[in-house]
Design a protein around this ligand. Structure first.
Ligand code: SF4
Length: 297
């Protein structure tokens, strides 16, 4: 067997930065993280062994003063900073700079249009409702932004009113373009003279991965996609892999390989196995998967 790891898979810049911040802050003392630092149970467990404690919003409200809380790459709404300030909690802000910039743009848009009472504007976020990044983005608009996951949900918009469209950083470029085209067409139908501004705020660190990942998947006979079961990015990238190579398997940990060995153990010599993952998949986990497969040779 020829086993290789996709050099383009693994943590994006924002997640790498947040994990580095956690590791360096853990050397100084106890540290909490609001929500899973990354949507990968194996990496969360590794950092928890080093002392990182994952908390939720209820925990945040009861932490003692001077506790140190890390905010992950996804970012947080203003209410989180407000709670921390009220409770005397020290924030270590590891929000990805790309997400931070997007938050600032949405906030600026909200602030400049919030008093347009004659034709109330609609700030629309193309994203997954309830996703941590989206909660942070909605918070910039005092939770007035409308979250749309697909073009099928466009009936929630009033096309005779102004629309300001932004995107969650990890959504697909094609999906965003489809939304822009449909909104333009529906506005044309109602002869709207109000403004429609759209801002493609998709992070290319993720968007560019699809083509590279599909090329990697095609260049192998069997693909093992490693990703967290809670990661939406992992689910999306796995589907792209599957499209490129139907012989793609999803695993969350090296242990799950035990039930899959028949997929390669009876194959002819020279089988090419490719290992790849999501933006939340650590390199060490892909390496562990590779080692486990090698042991079965
Ligand atoms: S996907 Fe892009 S925006 Fe999101 S955390 Fe990673 S680098 Fe930042």
């Amino acid at each position: 067997m020829i086993i290789s790891i996709d050099s383009n898979s693994g943590f994006c810049f924002g997640v790498t930065r947040a994990i580095q911040a956690a590791e360096s802050e853990l050397e100084k003392g106890s540290l909490y993280c609001l929500g899973d630092i990354v949507h990968n149970g194996q990496e969360v467990a590794r950092l928890e062994l080093k002392g990182l404690a994952t908390i939720d919003y209820d925990d945040l409200r009861t932490l003692p003063a001077h506790s140190r809380v890390l905010l992950r790459a996804h970012g947080e709404p203003p209410s989180t900073y407000w709670i921390a300030k009220q409770r005397g909690i020290e924030i270590i802000d590891a929000t990805c700079p790309v997400v931070k910039k997007l938050q600032d743009r949405i906030r600026a848009c909200y602030e400049s249009h919030r008093n347009d009472e004659s034709v109330p504007p609609q700030i629309v976020i193309y994203g997954k409702p309830g996703h941590a990044e989206v909660i942070g983005l909605q918070g910039q608009t005092n939770n007035t932004a409308i979250v749309i996951e697909s073009a099928e949900q466009l009936d929630r918009l009033d096309f005779s009113r102004p629309i300001y469209l932004f995107s969650q950083t990890t959504k697909s470029v094609e999906g965003f373009q489809e939304l822009v085209e449909k909104i333009s067409s529906l506005r044309h139908d109602v002869m709207s003279s109000c403004s429609f501004e759209y801002h493609d705020t998709i992070c290319r660190s993720v968007a560019n991965r699809v083509k590279e990942l599909q090329a990697f998947a095609r260049s192998n006979d069997l693909v093992i996609f490693v990703g967290g079961s809670k990661s939406s990015n992992a689910k999306v990238l796995y589907q792209h892999c599957l499209e490129a190579n139907p012989n793609t398997l999803f695993v969350s940990s090296a242990d799950e390989l035990n039930n899959l060995t028949t997929k390669w153990s009876n194959s002819e010599a020279g089988l090419r196995i490719g290992i790849c993952g999501a933006t939340s998949t650590p390199l060490w986990l892909m390496e562990k998967v590779k080692e486990e497969i090698e042991k079965t040779q």
